[in-house]
Design a protein around this ligand. Structure first.
Ligand code: SIN
Length: 504
């Protein structure tokens, strides 16, 4: 693993390199206007690599959110009556503008989110793909005509938008988690009020600027950034305000449970995309080189801060030593730690101090119980920036009952466990309360089906560490959540079915 300190980064100078300055917004976007919070208060956003301030953003609170919900409710009256084709055309324009401005959007994302520039550019395209996809799906939100069991009657099912949607998104995908929800909602004919993560509001606000230019009508899309101090009040408003008919959240299981509980008071429809703890299993017949390569992306993408990333790696005892050696070698050669805007860097900082503390704690508890780091295990000594850097870390001899083995890590720790049989590893893989993604590597076709069916998860990667795309359903089972995003199913989360029973 290399460390890049080659270029001294000043975050404000880097921000000034954005070509289109009007993409950098610090006010909220409500009813098509850029507005400040009623209190006039702001909060600071920092570059997690340098800890330099990159801007002060208006700090919305309950009364500001209520105004946004009223605007969304007014806009819903006309937006729901637009044709699918009209919505599709607007979403396509938005998609084109996002792609045309992807360089600036990626730079902003790297500055506020630490994600290396190439990866941030990839996220912008991934995020845009949901707008394009759902723009097309708007035209395919078909209903049904059902053969009636009663003479002289006709039975019809129509799909209608649920109404105003409250959306709460995380810091790890500041663009794509917004577009995956808002794209589907707008396509369905819903209007939205979005609370982006307080660490990464700029990507959300830049998306609003482009939606405005695309001609998305005022009030259809609203973004209400708020500080960590206001997060729970704003979340409560979005989940309890009776005008809001649906809540969509991506984040931790504990917050998902809280928000679902709050939303139950007014019986809102909910989509919850929550925490994971993905097993990554390498069977004895796997292509070890492919598995090791895929694990790099699957574990260390976004510095391990993805909810589908490999959390527990299980390798068959007969290939264990070979795999650990190959993987460790690849990590050393392939990963370069530094500021995401520096040439060659593909591994940035963690985004938050609490994320850093969590992995330090998990690591200490694993090491105290006998684990050994064969690579990494600390902040890189030679890094010259003050941010939340931690080395990509590979661990062996980790016991099954330390937090690292049972809880989501959300950081660059990679514990590698031994197993001896298919039955044993499937049982260990399933022995957690969550079930978002799982991965395994084998060349045995029978095992492919057996294990894919047996894993208690919503998404499985077989001989690949990559599962995400706008065309397939994304979501989990058990405590990983409720509902599916993306794919032809994603729009249904924003539609109600209405039955018409017609006597002729
Ligand atoms: C997530 O980590 O929440 C999303 C990951 C993805 O869409 O691939």
């Amino acid at each position: 693993m290399q460390v890049s300190n080659a270029v001294k980064i000043n975050s404000m100078d880097e921000l000034a390199k954005i070509q289109d300055k009007s993409l950098f917004r610090t006010q909220a976007y409500v009813d098509g206007q850029w507005v400040n919070s009623a209190s006039g208060k702001t909060f600071e956003v920092k570059d997690p690599a340098t800890l330099h301030k990159i801007g002060d953003v208006t700090d919305m609170h309950i009364e500001d959110v209520q105004k946004a919900v009223e605007a969304a409710s007014r806009a819903f009256v006309s937006w729901k009556t637009t044709t699918a084709k009209q919505r599709s055309v607007l979403l396509r324009k938005w998609y084109d503008l996002i792609m045309d401005n992807s360089k600036d959007l990626a730079r902003l994302m790297t500055l506020e989110g630490g994600k290396p520039l190439a990866e941030a550019t990839g996220e912008v395209a991934y995020g845009a793909s949901f707008i394009e996809w759902f723009g097309e799906e708007a035209k395919r939100a078909y209903g049904d005509v059902i053969p009636s069991p009663m003479k002289g009657t006709r039975m019809v099912v129509m799909k209608q938008p649920v109404g105003v949607v409250g959306i709460v998104t995380p810091y790890n995908f500041p663009n794509a988690m917004i577009t995956r929800k808002a794209g589907a909602a707008l396509a369905a004919g819903c209007t939205v009020v979005i609370r982006p993560a307080h660490e990464t509001p700029f990507s959300a606000l830049a998306l609003c600027e482009l939606a405005d230019r695309a001609g998305i009508p005022h009030g259809v899309l609203n973004v209400v950034p708020c500080s960590s101090e206001h997060t729970s009040d704003v979340g409560k408003e979005l989940t309890t305000n009776p005008t809001i008919r649906k809540v969509s959240f991506t984040g931790s299981t504990s917050v998902g449970k809280l928000l679902s509980g709050q939303a139950a008071g007014t019986m809102k429809k909910v989509s919850m995309e929550l925490g994971g703890n993905a097993p990554f299993i390498v069977f004895e017949d796997a292509d070890i080189d492919v598995a090791a390569e895929q694990l790099i992306f699957c574990k260390f993408r976004n510095s391990g801060q993805t909810c589908v990333c490999a959390n527990r790696v299980y390798v068959h005892e007969s290939v264990y030593d070979e795999f650990v050696a190959k993987f460790t070698d690849l990590v050393k050669k392939h990963l370069c730690v530094g500021h995401g805007l520096s040439e060659g860097v593909n591994f940035g900082p963690l985004l938050t101090e609490r994320g850093m503390k969590k992995i330090e704690d998990q690591l200490k508890r694993a090491v105290d119980a006998g684990a050994r780091a064969v690579l990494g295990g600390k902040r890189p000594e030679s890094i010259s920036m003050d941010g939340y850097f931690f080395e990509p870390t590979v661990l062996v001899n980790v016991s099954d009952d330390v937090p690292m083995s049972c809880e989501e890590t959300f950081g660059p720790l990679c514990p590698i466990f031994r197993f001896s049989s298919e039955e044993e590893v499937v049982s260990r893989a399933n022995d957690v309360t969550v079930g978002l993604a799982g991965y395994f590597f084998t060349r045995d076709i029978g095992r492919v089906f057996r294990v894919a069916e047996a894993l208690e998860v919503g998404m499985v990667g077989v001989n690949t560490g990559s599962i995400s795309s706008e065309v397939v359903p994304f979501g989990g089972v058990k405590e990983s959540g409720i509902g599916r995003e993306g794919s032809r199913y994603g729009i249904d989360e924003y539609l109600n079915m209405k039955t018409f029973n017609i006597s002729l």
